[in-house]
Design a protein around this ligand. Structure first.
Ligand SMILES: Cc1ncc(C[n+]2csc(CCOP(=O)(O)OP(=O)(O)O)c2C)c(N)n1
Ligand SMILES: [Mg+2]
Length: 649
């Protein structure tokens, strides 16, 4: 035995903490199904005193010394660039994303909304907010939140509940472990979401001797966990014993690239498929087993089948309230659930038979396990009949007997959606997030490609539309991206049009001007609140917001940001503008006025939004009576026994 242990010293390289972060991120890869790609396409950011000399210096040095290692893109708003990163990650099926660097204080807290959106939608993004000095020298700093009761809490602690992984790097020694932990969560499909690493601004600039191995190329293998045989057998048995099964396809089907396997499974078994917002595209709209959108913004076809289903097979869905129509969609008293999900939280929902596994692997195994089994012919015929009836409804909404069917000859939003659908190519992408369009698109958009529909409806965040569209186009330059945004959403975040111009990223923005909130206006009216506070109007002499329409000119606003703008008045001019925008290689905003009072065809469904129990307003009292009737139909929980064989048939 030697007197002293062998030296643990390895070769080192002296870099600042920020230089080490940049060098490390540039070496990370993901691999799935033998396909390998860089995990980080680059780094978005906005500099301030918190990051300009730390991470900013490191990014500059990388741009000069190793061009392309981690390209830096300057954005206009920190929240917006997180949206861009997240949309990019969704377009890349979560195998690639971006880092986002911000200054300390307002720059970092501007990202909170983006962080929540990423985590709710289970999309990876690496947030690198600057933080106040680790040494606390010169405190309190500009933009520091002082708290009388605590010395080690900063505004960045607000990221903790919004992040799937959070760390603050007080000392350089902590960095390697934090980076590995962050990569693990970003690349794990069950864990992923916002990952936040906070860097005190003094630590960013501090030098350290790093082991060279920290900067070795690293590949994160994204696995396809197989279904446990016993769980698979339980699921297959539940399906065999069902007479009216219905698949609910969620985003997991698309992220797992399981759409072909879903097609094979439902073509063989005849089980109809309803799709969530994130799952739309799991089957093309005209697939014989597709009944389109399900739930509060669903089709009458999917919702009719949901009401009768004795078994719901959720694949890659988390059963958000829009999917279950706030627990009123599935009405069979004994309805049971099979949940195929990569995450245990979703796999066990509604007391279902849980199969915690990859969607693609599970669908292949289920197809084998159910070979020779099918739903009966009557059920197939009913699916076809219901789907055809809904298609006729969509056709009538796209093409009303008298075109420009809105008041004053304005287009309806249904016509606008129809024209965009017909001008876009099958592989093009439609983007939306909030307002009345997500629901209308969910119901009516004829999706033709698994990545053709990108509506952010986990957080439904006004302002996601334009930055999201930019991220999608950056991820898929061979697809045209049609961003559908209302005037309300546009006014929240038009800023990144400037970034699109800067980067030469082409998107088509369809700006639907209806002078306020058609969505919340309609909701307000249906709940007895008379569209209060949802119109963009002057305050009148009555003291209320019921004056003339405000004189905003959003077309002029868009033009001032450096993009091309086309203004359409009617169907033919709108279609011509879209064709011109599609043919152009520059970002174009197509401005169109619509009538906010013409709704999309009904889903014959519900969404639980509580109405005042007492009110002086008659409209509210009437709405409450309707609310109480729906409330009586709501299932507090779905708890049918999930063990097949123990359920009496
Ligand atoms: C950031 C944010 N704030 C508030 C809301 C609530 N909200 C949902 S839709 C909507 C109005 C959207 O207006 P617009 O973009 O013009 O679409 P329209 O309803 O007219 O179709 C509001 C305020 C939201 N989804 N996101
Ligand atoms: Mg509007």
């Amino acid at each position: 035995m030697s007197e002293h242990p062998a030296s643990a010293r390895t070769e080192t390289v002296r870099l600042t903490v920020s230089q080490a972060v940049v060098r490390f991120l540039a070496q990370q890869y993901t691999e799935r199904d033998g396909q390998r790609q860089r995990l980080f396409a680059g780094c978005f950011g906005i500099f301030g005193h918190g990051n300009v000399a730390g991470l900013g210096q490191a990014l500059l040095q990388a741009e000069i010394d190793e061009p392309g290692a981690l390209p830096y893109v300057l954005g206009r708003n920190e929240q917006a660039v997180v949206h861009t990163a997240v949309a990019y990650a969704r377009a890349k099926d979560r195998l690639q994303t971006w880092a986002v660097s911000t200054s300390v204080g307002p720059g970092s807290t501007n990202m909170l909304t983006g962080a929540a959106l990423a985590t709710i939608n289970r999309l990876p993004v690496l947030l690198l907010p600057a933080d106040t000095f680790a040494t606390r020298s010169a405190g309190p700093l500009l933009q520091e939140l002082e708290r009388p009761e605590s010395g080690d809490v900063t505004v960045n602690d607000a990221f903790r509940p919004l992040s799937r992984y959070f760390d603050r790097i007080w000392r350089p020694e902590q960095l390697p472990g934090a980076l590995l932990g962050a990569m693990r969560v970003l690349t794990d499909p069950a864990e992923t979401g916002a990952v936040t690493l906070c860097f005190p601004q003094d630590v960013q600039a501090e030098a350290f001797d790093w082991p060279v191995e920290l900067f070795a190329e690293r590949t994160w293998h994204v696995g396809r966990p197989l279904p446990e045989p016993a769980a698979l057998a339980r699921a297959a048995e539940a399906i065999r014993s069902a007479r009216r099964p219905l698949v609910v396809a969620g985003g997991g089907v698309i992220y797992s690239r399981a759409t072909e396997q879903l097609d094979a499974f439902v073509s063989a078994t005849g089980i109809p498929v309803g799709q969530t917002q994130a799952g739309k595209g799991a089957l093309p709209y005209d697939h014989p087993q597709s009944v389109g959108a399900i739930g509060s913004t669903g089709t009458t076809a999917a919702n009719a089948l949901a009401r009768e289903a004795d078994l719901v097979i959720g694949i890659g869905t988390r059963y958000q309230d829009f999917t279950t129509a706030s627990h009123t969609a599935f009405n069979d008293p004994g309805v049971r659930f099979v949940n195929v999900n990569i995450g245990s939280m979703d796999a066990v929902k509604h007391a279902g038979v849980g199969v915690q596994a990859d969607a693609r692997e599970t669908l292949t195994a289920l197809t084998d396990a159910l070979a020779g089994w099918s739903v009966d012919d009557a059920y197939r015929a009913r699916t076809a009949e219901l789907a055809a009836a809904w298609e006729a409804t969509v056709e009538a909404a796209y093409h009303p007997e008298v075109p420009s069917a809105g008041e004053g000859g304005r287009l309806t939003q249904n016509e606008v959606i129809g024209i965009v659908n017909e001008v876009s190519a099958p592989r093009d992408v439609v983007v939306c997030a909030a307002g009345s369009m997500p629901g209308d698109l969910h119901k009516m958009w004829r999706v033709r490609d698994r990545k053709g529909y990108h509506v952010e409806y986990g957080y439904s965040c006004m302002g996601y539309e334009i930055p999201g569209g930019i991220g999608i186009r950056m991820a898929s330059s061979d697809r045209d991206v049609f961003v559908m945004v209302g005037d309300g959403g546009y006014l929240m975040m038009p800023t990144e049009l400037v970034t699109a111009v800067q980067e030469g990223v082409k998107i088509v923005v369809v700006l639907v001007q209806n002078h306020g909130f058609a969505s919340i206006g309609a909701l307000s009216e249906s709940l007895g609140s008379q569209r209060f506070g949802t119109r963009y109007r002057y305050r009148s002499d009555s003291g209320r917001l019921d004056g003339d329409v405000l004189p905003v000119d959003l077309a002029a606003n868009a033009a001032s940001l450096g993009v091309d703008v086309l203004v359409a008045q009617d169907g033919p001019s709108f279609e011509a503008a879209l064709r011109k925008a599609k043919a152009s290689d520059r970002t174009t905003v197509v401005h169109v006025e619509t009538d906010p009072l013409v709704d999309a065809p009904s889903s014959e469904s519900w969404w639980d939004v509580p109405v005042s129990e007492v009110a002086t307003l008659r409209s509210t009292r009437e709405a409450r009576a309707v609310y109480d009737r729906w409330k009586a139909a709501q299932r507090p929980a779905y708890l049918a026994p999930s063990e097949t064989g123990t359920t009496p048939s």
